[in-house]
Write a protein that binds this ligand. Sequence first.
Ligand code: 5GP
Length: 134
Amino acid sequence: MATIFSKIIAGEIPCFKVAEDDRFFAFLDINPLVKGHTLVVPRQEVDYIFDLSDKDLAAMQVFAKMVAAAIKKAFPCKKVGEAVIGLEVPHAHIHLIPIQKESDMLFSNPKLKFSDEEFRAIAEAIHQNWLNAL
Ligand code: 5GP
């Protein structure tokens, strides 16, 4: 059965997309720790990120690097932090989180709430910077 992220990639479940190419897809986390919290996923359905081939894992990091640059331009921050957990959704994904301080990355923090309109504007800001860098 397809994972929820495969359904998002297929357009069967809506998301706020920020970037994509032929192998990877990036969209806003629906329960963001901070504004701009983004997930990067491979189109290939693999649960554990370290089960990806060396080549695919490296390519995913390069894609994440480009998305992180677009996030940083849209939402100036000290750094874009990267985290991999994957205990909730069995489809490998990288969290990209614009941070001002270490505690911004704490997954135990309360999650932010945004309206669809706000999510759309956040995704669009990142997407524009993504397009500008291509
Ligand atoms: P993890 O598997 O890394 O522990 O957590 C999965 C992440 O995916 C969570 O941060 C959660 O908010 C996010 N997530 C789960 N389901 C959806 C969904 O349907 N849409 C979006 N945009 N994010 C989701």
